[in-house]
Design a protein around this ligand. Structure first.
Ligand code: ADP
Ligand code: MG
Length: 483
């Protein structure tokens, strides 16, 4: 047992999936030529006025109601003042005192470790709207820094958690849950490589049993869940070593370097009053009525937790399997598409989706959306098992061939000659051959050694290259040997 307890709070920036920016009509599309999508409003040129994109407000409310949060009936945009080359206005429009989303919470379930399977509630302090800054480009120019302002003014929802997580694994489980939720809600595309979903991790340690929080460091530049876990674990070790050597942790922002696997100091952390926040005089407070909230609440899609409960109660799936299948909207969609085609095959579908298919996806580092085997293809394969065209074992071979792009289950079964042998005279021929070739084993069986049956079945299956129908082989073999 470590003497130290880890405490983590996450700040997640989810880029809201609107086609235009939060305060202007400029496009938010990713990957355009630098500086082709920043208009006068995004640059804050003198004389322009920002106009709030109401879609952004609706998306934030959608998120708020789905985490059971109080929605701010009157929220206010503030200017957060700081100088940075990628923010030519000299301030960022954000929300300080009156955010659009207040206190809420979300449940996580750990998939491994000592508390496996236990649910834990993570508090969400608030979520507020703000605009993104531009980007500094260091690589394209040898001795200069380029500035691309396309991203300036892109809408962000900053989701701030309470310091409720106690390990890197919990932090990852929480981040994944939020990631899954914003995708279910279709308010963020969740693309971490493109920066549409970014996590900053606030990490501190304290002696076990102490109630006050230790001094935290804020880790930035984390663009995958794997790096989130690694960055936190590295930082925890660093802080413990530092304190045990008599040092103290500085409150600062640190950059995670995934190549070197370390965190480095970037800057000391500013306090809120350094930013001289004040309400933006160009923007009116945002007023939200109960009716607005109810309309949004009534139009929410089925949320992951509801879907999970439905899979458990209506389909009889285990908690664990239901949790896994609803961990992403795309995976749940895949399952439901397949289930619609084969409504009485839920068990077999779950086994194949969470077993062979997930395994293959993991090995190739693919998402379910890019699976070479779509739901309809998988269903056909499973139907060939249940209509006795192939055995479950041969199905693995067909699956592999489908994965490699060889075609549909039926065409693979046909071209590779994998059809199960159900013709009883053919099976009888195989049985006779094997019996004739193994007189000693026959004698042993007839002397009462029942388990020799397995030996014969094995030999016959081998002779048939796995294609004989195992049920028929068993039945006919018994009859023959007893004769
Ligand atoms: P700031 O305004 O400086 O970003 P906040 O008070 O808003 O700071 O907290 C930011 C995040 O840091 C929150 O997610 C919060 O839970 C987390 N946090 C605050 N104090 C600590 C701490 N001592 N250890 C770990 N996380 C912390
Ligand atoms: Mg903050």
């Amino acid at each position: 047992m470590s003497r130290w307890e880890t405490v983590i709070g996450l700040e997640i920036h989810a880029q809201l999936a609107t086609s235009s920016k939060i305060f202007s009509g400029a496009s938010t599309a990713y990957g355009a030529e630098p500086n082709t999508q920043a208009c006068a409003v995004d640059l804050g040129l003198p004389g322009v006025l920002p106009v709030l994109n109401t879609e952004v407000v609706n998306m934030a409310i959608k998120f708020g109601v789905s985490i059971g949060a109080e929605i701010g009936k009157r929220s206010v945009f503030d200017r957060k003042n700081y100088f940075y080359p990628d923010s030519p206005k000299g301030y960022q429009i954000s929300q300080l005192e009156l955010p659009i989303v207040g206190v809420g919470s979300i449940n996580i379930t750990l998939q491994d470790g000592p508390n496996e399977g236990q649910p834990k509630t993570i508090g969400i302090t608030r979520a507020h709207l703000e605009e993104d800054a531009g980007k500094s480009l260091h690589e394209a120019f040898p001795s200069h820094t380029g500035i691309d302002l396309n991203r300036a003014g892109t809408p962000l929802l900053e989701i701030v958690s309470d310091p409720d997580m106690r390990s890197a694994k919990e932090a990852v489980a929480y981040a994944r849950k939020i990631h899954s939720l914003v995708r279910y809600l279709e308010i963020c595309d969740g693309n971490m490589q493109e920066g549409s979903f970014r996590c900053d991790a606030n990490v501190s340690v304290r002696p076990m049993g102490q109630t006050e929080l230790g001094t935290r460091a804020e880790l930035k530049n984390i663009n995958s869940f794997r790096f989130l876990e690694r960055a936190i674990n590295y930082e925890v070790e660093r802080q413990i070593e530092l304190i045990e050597d008599g040092g103290t942790v500085a409150q600062e922002t640190r950059l995670y370097d995934s190549d070197k696997h370390e965190t480095r100091s970037m800057r000391s952390k500013e306090e809120a009053n350094d930013y001289r926040y004040f309400p933006d005089p160009d923007l009116l407070p945002v007023i939200v009525t109960d009716e607005d909230i109810e309309i949004i609440r009534n139009n929410l899609p089925e949320l992951p937790e509801q879907k999970c409960q439905r899979f458990i109660s209506d389909l009889g799936l285990s908690d664990y399997n239901a949790e896994l299948l609803t961990s992403s909207r795309e995976l749940a969609d895949y399952f439901e598409t397949a289930l619609a085609l084969a409504p009485d095959q839920s068990k077999l579908l779950v086994n194949w989706i969470l077993g062979d298919l997930s395994g293959a996806l993991n090995r190739s580092d693919l998402d379910i959306q890019s699976s070479p085997i779509n739901a309809a293809m998988l269903v056909t394969l499973l139907q060939r098992i249940s209509d006795n065209t192939i055995s479950g074992k041969i199905a693995k071979e067909v699956f592999e061939a489908m994965w490699q792009g060889e075609g549909s289950a039926d065409s693979i079964i046909e071209s590779r000659g994998l059809k199960q042998i159900t013709d009883s005279s053919a099976i009888e021929g195989l049985i006779d051959e094997v019996i004739a070739a193994n007189p000693n084993q026959v004698a042993e069986f007839q002397a009462g050694k029942e388990k020799m049956l397995g030996f014969f079945v094995g030999q016959i299956m081998k002779q048939s290259k796995g294609k004989a129908n195992p049920g028929q082989v068993n039945q006919m073999l018994r009859d023959k040997l007893k004769a």
